[in-house]
Write a protein that binds this ligand. Structure first.
Ligand SMILES: *[C@@H]1O[C@H](CO)[C@@H](O)[C@H](O)[C@H]1NC(C)=O
Ligand SMILES: *[C@@H]1O[C@H](CO)[C@@H](O)[C@H](O)[C@H]1NC(C)=O
Ligand SMILES: *[C@@H]1O[C@H](CO)[C@@H](O)[C@H](O)[C@H]1NC(C)=O
Ligand SMILES: *[C@@H]1O[C@H](CO)[C@@H](O)[C@H](O)[C@H]1NC(C)=O
Length: 772
């Protein structure tokens, strides 16, 4: 460009023009106009206001221009939201000869994302000086030329448009004539050297057309024949020999694109054409003969370049707001895209779509602008990131395609509550577990991310609890992080059989979500309780005559455990073998196994072991002391006046104390006078085994024992006085034999004993009776 306007002279003009910058809001589009060459900082328009933004909103919402492929030369001022000129705007560079020169700008606003379109018209100022093809030219004029003869000059060219363009107004030769029609007038000058020639060459060569119009596709290769110009000169000889030359190229780059054969007038391409760069070449052809002076004439050639689909569409991501929260509503704008194709017509008409088709879609917002919007609800737990491809295809034949990939991550929202694997957990726990022992491991699934999926567990006492209404949190605890359920204390089956409580899982989201589960904890019995011999209790039974004493005593014991662990069996430990007594295996009834005789001695000491069926079994021992009394003593002891042959005085006292103590007592009983009720020193508690219900009496049995004297005689049972029940001692749990014993004393009448012969006779009689 030859001429550049001085800062000084343009300023005044600009100020006027800027004030006149017009804008209009039509169809959502703001229009401004600005003269080219406006100074940087010149306000083009109050963009923020024209878009209806509040003061300060432009900065808060980051009002800005979308960067397009080329330099915009304007910018949005952050503070004021005004559109300013940022760098040199040259209309001729932006738009060439085409008018009007309208730039399409995209303006972006965030939160929420919005895009506006602004049309900026760059108006022409007369900033280009007309140019003569040459600064100096020799003009040959025949001597015979008459006054008024016209001599054509190659025209000056001007890059400006409209009135600012002087091109085409060929002027007759004159002295420094103004030849530029703009308001601010510019002149070009040419020095003419006039040479007078005497010889006559009275015919100038003539083109057969004044304008040659040619069209070539931009794909035409180097060497392609553009056209052929034809000129004729009716003179003879050298006066009719003509040569062609090309001048006055617009744009000037045309000089490199074509060449003309000076002799044939054939014009060929010497460089590749590009419709997108230059769509029309204008130039002039001069034809000159060889006369003296030579005569010449001009024609113009207009070479129109035809578009070929040689540009693929271009897809630009102008704005991308990611990640997209998974709860984003349908219609949320994820990205703004700008699609363009440098070709024109169908070749530049671009069709766009997104692949895969869901969950995003494309919405055209303006010519060449698209929004990538959400078409379906997202779920980060299903797909946490999308690879989206925006594809574009133009309408040329063949069509050209382009695509641009977008990564759209989805951000997590706390939309999943923790869920336990089971609604009800059944947990079996052995009793006597060590405190802290793991009972179970609970797990709740929360597919959310990070804190939204970080679950913490707790025992929740707000839930329903059964099993005696025990609060779960007093027995068990759950590790907040791992979900490990553990016992706070050793569990005791005898205290608690079932515990039901709720467990909660809460995530760390905002707000947190929770899930729950019920835990049913069953405590499994362990054989941790030895049988306990029940001390006789209650009031002293009335001493009386009872029937024959096959059942002498009944050992009563209980076991705090359950099931097999509490199922008791009674065994006579001492004396073994042929002793006169036996014990019911499960009833605990001590009965005479045979009739007693003198040989059995005055005293019998029975050691009975009570054992449960646990694994391992636990046991307790009871010692029963049986004394044989003379009938008279028995009667005395019984306080009964009835004369009977057989007296059975039974005194059973229970001792519930340490085994050692029981042994001591047992020894004492051995040395004590006959029929003396056992008594121990100190805290030893003697309890008569005559508690109600602990004895079985049977008239039927008495008969078989007492039939010897012909009259049915009832046995007399004399019970020792009652003693207070034993204090609850420490439960025997760990050792065997159990340090607990029951020492019973049974006193039997000596008269009860038959001589062997007599007994035999009686037996025979009994058998006979049975036979009858
Ligand atoms: C014009 O003529 C003069 C004298 O003959 C010569 O020196 C000069 O080069 C010529 N200029 C052009 C542009 O032909
Ligand atoms: C120009 O056209 C004439 C007839 O119109 C023809 O005779 C002549 O050969 C042509 N010249 C060239 C250079 O093609
Ligand atoms: C001028 O001459 C060219 C080349 O010979 C020819 O193609 C064209 O048709 C001619 N134009 C006219 C109007 O005769
Ligand atoms: C426990 O969760 C279930 C759903 O899993 C819910 O229906 C119930 O109300 C919850 N119970 C409590 C006590 O929160």
């Amino acid at each position: 460009k030859a001429g550049r306007m001085g800062e000084r002279c343009c300023a005044a003009v600009l100020r006027v023009l800027v004030l006149q910058a017009a804008w209009a809001l039509s169809g959502g589009q703001v229009r401004y106009s600005v003269p080219e060459e406006a100074k940087a900082g010149t306000v083009v328009g109050r963009l923020a206001q024209d878009l209806g933004l509040e003061a300060g909103e432009a900065e808060a919402r980051r009002l800005r221009l979308v960067a397009q492929g080329r330099r915009a030369s304007v910018e949005v001022s952050g503070a004021s939201g005004a559109l300013l000129v940022s760098s040199r705007l040259d209309r001729e560079e932006l738009c060439g000869k085409s008018a009007p020169c309208a730039l399409r700008l995209e303006v972006l606003l965030e939160r929420p994302l919005r895009v506006f379109h602004v049309q900026l018209e760059v108006t022409d100022i007369n900033d280009n000086v007309p140019i003569f093809p040459a600064a100096r030219k020799n003009l040959s004029i025949a001597e015979s030329s008459l006054p008024g003869s016209r001599f054509p000059l190659e025209g000056a060219s001007d890059a400006d448009i409209g009135a600012n363009d002087a091109y085409g107004s060929h002027s007759p030769v004159g002295a420094r004539r103004r030849n530029d029609g703009g308001r601010h007038l510019w002149t070009g000058t040419m020095d003419l050297v006039v040479i007078l020639v005497l010889d006559a060459n009275d015919n100038a060569p003539q083109f057969n057309q004044s304008v040659y119009k040619v069209q070539l596709p931009e794909s035409a290769g180097v060497g392609t024949l553009v056209t052929r110009v034809n000129a004729t000169d009716p003179d003879l000889g050298s006066n009719s020999e003509i040569t062609f030359s090309a001048t006055s190229f617009i744009p000037p780059s045309g000089r490199n694109v074509i060449s003309i054969n000076p002799n044939t007038g054939e014009i060929h391409l010497t460089a590749a054409l590009d419709f997108e760069e230059v769509s029309v070449f204008d130039f002039r052809i001069e034809v000159k003969d060889q006369g003296t002076p030579p005569l010449s004439s001009h024609c113009s050639v207009e070479l129109k370049v035809l578009d070929v689909n040689d540009n693929a569409p271009e897809v630009w991501v102008t704005s991308l707001s990611v990640p997209v929260p998974e709860d984003a509503s349908v219609g949320t704008v994820v990205a703004l895209l700008s699609v363009s194709d440098r070709d024109s017509g169908e070749n530049g008409r671009v069709r766009c779509w997104v692949w895969p088709a869901s969950p995003f879609g494309l919405e055209a917002t303006f010519a060449g602008s698209y929004s990538l919007v959400l078409r379906e609800a997202l779920d980060r737990e299903r797909v946490s990131e999308y690879e989206v491809e925006v594809r574009a295809e133009d309408g040329g034949a063949p069509a050209l395609r382009a695509s641009r990939g977008l990564r759209v991550p989805v951000s997590d929202v706390n939309d999943n509550a923790p869920a336990f694997a089971q609604a009800v957990y059944t947990v079996l726990a052995r009793e006597n577990n060590a405190a802290g022992a793991e009972l179970a491991r609970l797990w709740a699934r929360d597919p959310d991310e990070a804190g939204n999926g970080r679950v913490s567990y707790s025992v929740w006492d707000g839930g329903v609890s059964v099993g005696g209404g025990a609060a779960g949190s007093s027995y068990v605890s759950v590790d907040a992080e791992s979900g490990r359920l553990w016992a706070l204390q050793p569990l005791d089956y005898e205290e608690l059989q079932v515990l039901q409580f709720e467990v909660r899982a809460v995530d760390a989201g905002e707000p947190p979500l929770s899930g729950n589960a019920t835990v049913q904890l069953f405590v499994l019995d362990e054989n941790d309780n030895a049988p306990a011999l029940l001390p006789p209790a209650g009031s002293a039974p009335e001493a009386g005559v009872v029937a024959a004493a096959e059942v002498v005593a009944k050992i009563r014991a209980v076991d705090a455990d359950s099931g097999y662990n509490a199922w008791l069996r009674y065994e006579l430990w001492e004396p073994r073998g042929k002793g006169p007594f036996r014990v019911g295996l499960y009833s605990g009834e001590v009965s005479t196994a045979r009739a007693l005789d003198e040989a059995d001695g005055p005293r019998q000491r029975l050691l009975i072991v009570v054992r449960d069926h646990g694994e391992p079994a636990r046991s307790a021992t009871a010692t029963l002391s049986v004394s044989l009394l003379e009938a008279a003593e028995a009667a005395l002891a019984a306080g009964s006046s009835a004369a009977t042959n057989v007296w059975l005085v039974v005194a059973i006292c229970a001792v519930s104390s340490l085994f050692l103590l029981a042994v001591v007592l047992y020894g004492a009983s051995r040395w004590a006078p006959r029929a003396a009720v056992l008594s121990g020193p100190g805290p030893t508690t003697l309890v008569c085994a005559s508690e109600v219900g602990s004895w079985s009496y049977s008239q039927r049995h008495s008969r078989s024992l007492c039939v010897a004297d012909g009259a049915a005689k009832s046995d007399l049972m004399v019970f020792s006085p009652n003693f207070p029940p034993p204090p609850p001692g420490p439960a025997p749990k760990d050792t065997q034999p159990e340090p607990s014993a029951l020492l019973d004393t049974v006193t039997l009448s000596k008269r009860h004993l038959y001589p062997s012969s007599q007994r035999r006779k009686e037996q025979e009689r009994e058998e006979r009776g049975k036979e009858n």
